[in-house]
Design a protein around this ligand. Sequence first.
Ligand SMILES: Cc1ncc(COP(=O)(O)O)c(C=O)c1O
Length: 377
Amino acid sequence: MIPVSEPLLGGKELEYVTDCIKTGWISSAGKYISDFESGWSAYCGKKYGIAVSNGTNALDVAVHCLGLRPGDEVIMPSFTIISCALAVVNNGGNPVLVDNDPNIWTMDVGQVAEKITSKTKAIMPVHIYGHPVDMDPILDLAEDHHLAIIEDAAEAHGAEYYSRSNKTDSWKRCGSFGTMSCFSFYANKLITTGEGGMVLTDDEALAKKARAYRDLCFQPHRRFYHDQLGNQYRLTNMQAALGVAQMERIDDIIAKKQWMAQEYTKLLQKVEKIQLPAEKPWARSVYWMYAVVLSDACGMDNTECAKRLYEKGVDTRPFFIGMHEQPVFHKMGLFINEKYPVAERIARHGFYLPSGLTITREQIDLVSNAVCEVLGP
Ligand SMILES: Cc1ncc(COP(=O)(O)O)c(C=O)c1O
């Protein structure tokens, strides 16, 4: 079976983790934590990095720092992971949804303006499968309406967006746009710490708030006396050691993903029944996953297609199911009767192919042949 993803731990991971064990620095104190925080924030063009235990908690920290009041709204795409909506709901707010773009599957930025109300506090763009959101319209709306941006870059380490905002024409990395930006370092991500996450910001006060929140709001001068409630979201030094070793190879990691995408595209472009991942002229995708969408004419949904590919030794994963189709939110009275046609279609027809960093030329050929056999040229 060709797996969907396998981590590549081929650099100094073992050396750095061994160092933690030999020196006894195995908890959330230690030099790898600060090296990882400063290294990753600098790479993304942000001043402060706050490492946390996973990407879901990174989003929770970021939304917490907004200080939402009950009923405050955060605009996000329907098609995303539940972590985005969860962070808002858990902090007393209401997620407000927009549909997704039919070509790049990120939020449809053209729908955001009409969703802004007096209760809107933030916009949460989510870069999907390694392709950036069209950020300039979001940056403009945020500025005009005094909104925060919580950028979810969990799937887009090192991806770049050509921004013309503030009249600076330049390529900028995902994670550099948010008031607070969030990453996941789960084992299938471009940079992994096994489980892990980080919040980035340029704002010193927000960084301080985030650091306190991830560490139970202990007070520097009177540790066990609390005037705020926090959470225990700390990353360990051993996990950060993995992250530091991974970061050293980020250029090779991105190059491998882009090579993989190029090869798949060459082999699959003749398959009429699938839509391949697009790359906008203003984007440099890192192809976290090589994702495809079955055409309506194909007569098969992603479950059936996944089953047939599995029988041929190819593992796949289905796309997210939109937030407006989640029974748990309906039970809370959210998104009732809301319709987002693109999110609904790609949830049923989208899936991604084996895309791990260990993938070989031979595996790409095998996967592509299996896709051609199942779907025809
Ligand atoms: C877009 C997005 N945001 C957030 C997360 C949550 O990250 P984690 O699994 O580390 O909690 C993920 C996880 O894959 C994700 O894809």
